[in-house]
Design a protein around this ligand. Structure first.
Ligand code: GLA
Length: 401
């Protein structure tokens, strides 16, 4: 009897804690977001053209399914009942019709708001309107909410994001909840049951390794963001991802840099949210964004985030990511300005991943090695590998068991 009562209490407690919808984002979310390329210069036409291009370019079929409008979609005032209103000049046919257009393309629709009183760009924030805004998103058919942290005036982050999470749940429509408080309050320690992904850093900037002074704050290049996110690998998994911010592929870095940036985001099981103007992207950019072998590393069903295994000489880093079926992804990233030769003896490099409980030991098992970008089998782990990696480029391998 005692046992039954205890069981009942346990179930009640579990029910209270389970704020999220189940089985959302079992692999890292993929999509497109307006911010990196357009800031607040967004409108209905852009959304429709982007949705069309996501389909015709093959992005949707490669896995990019969320089309997310970031800051700047709202009118400056709520309506007389307190509901958010889309900017009537930018979105003359309203949000519901636009969402229907995007849904009809086989895509999902995301919006942005903020836990503070105003968004980062000064539009109406959600603070005090959590349940009302969630209701409106559900009525519009929204599938994804990015929730920012500007103008939050010292409120408690865990409480603020939990309130919004509960509001979404209450509104009844499964909505992926993307926390964006830049890692300030260590969401990896408390947000697993609050949302599906959480930003771990400040904003990304489309450069390889820079810090861009924005006045009161800095935006960071791809390498800087990667370094900030690396140590958080124990906290990611199916349904709860570390988010090192959106992609800058196609936004001005070199081809090698774009390839490395994309590869490393996949190694980190990062959400893959394209941030370029896909209506005008080059074939090269599209080729990087839609490479199915590379995406398969990101979307691997185990959902384990890769990490830096070691640094070789001359700024070459070796990263490893356990994959399903005892396979591994291994990346050799050349951060230096010079081409680098690599000699790598798999027999001597035994990876004991004590966080994910996985071992890569080529003395016990012979793996075949595939170059992921060229899609060619290049040998096996009984041979010492020698290769040259161009500056800022990556050698991305898949070791098949
Ligand atoms: C913050 C976020 C960005 C973007 C802008 C919008 O800086 O971190 O990703 O959403 O706000 O104003």
């Amino acid at each position: 009897m005692k046992k039954v009562v205890l069981m009942g209490l346990l179930l009640i407690t579990l029910k209270v804690q389970a704020q999220k919808f189940a089985n959302m984002a079992t692999t890292p979310p993929m999509g497109w977001n307006s911010w990196n390329a357009f800031a607040t210069n967004i409108n209905e036409q852009l959304v429709k053209e982007t949705a069309d291009k996501m389909v015709s370019s093959g992005m949707r079929n490669a896995g990019y399914k969320y089309l997310v409008l970031d800051d700047g979609w709202m009118a400056m005032q709520r309506d007389s009942k307190g509901f958010l209103v889309p900017d009537p000049k930018k979105f003359p046919h309203g949000m519901k019709a636009l969402v229907a257009y995007v849904h009809a393309k086989g895509l999902k629709f995301g919006l942005y708001n903020c836990a503070g009183t105003e968004t980062c760009a000064g539009y109406p924030g959600t603070r005090g309107y959590e349940y009302q805004d969630a209701l409106r998103y559900a009525q519009w058919g929204i599938d994804y909410l990015k929730f920012d942290w500007c103008n939050s005036g010292g409120i408690n982050a865990e409480e603020a994001y939990t309130t919004m999470s509960k509001a979404l749940k209450k509104a009844g429509r499964p909505i992926v909840f993307s926390l964006c408080e830049w890692g300030d309050n260590k969401p990896w320690l408390w947000a697993k049951n609050v949302g599906e992904l959480w930003r771990t850093t400040g904003d990304i900037f489309g450069c390889w390794d820079c810090a861009e002074n924005k006045g009161a704050w800095y935006a960071w290049g791809a390498m800087q963001i990667m370094d900030k996110q690396e140590s958080l690998y124990p906290y990611a998994g199916p349904g709860h991802w570390n988010d090192p911010d959106m992609l800058e592929v196609g936004n001005g870095m070199s081809e090698a840099e774009d390839r490395s940036h994309f590869s490393m985001w996949c190694m980190m099981a990062a959400p893959l949210i394209a941030g370029n103007d896909i209506r005008k992207m080059s074939g090269q950019t599209l080729g990087i964004l839609t490479n199915k072998n590379v995406i398969a590393i990101d979307q691997d069903s185990l959902g384990m985030q890769g990490y830096r295994y070691k640094r070789l000489a001359d700024s070459v880093e070796v990263w490893v990511k356990p994959l399903a079926k005892k396979n591994w992804a291994v990346a050799f990233l050349n951060r230096s300005h010079k081409g680098q030769s690599i000699y790598y003896n798999w027999q001597k490099e035994i990876v004991n991943d004590t966080v994910h409980h996985r071992i890569l030991d080529a003395t016990i098992h012979k793996y075949s090695i595939k170059n992921v970008w060229s899609d060619k089998v290049i040998g096996n782990t009984q041979q010492t590998m020698s290769s040259i990696v161009a500056p800022h480029d990556v050698l991305l391998l898949r070791l098949n068991y």
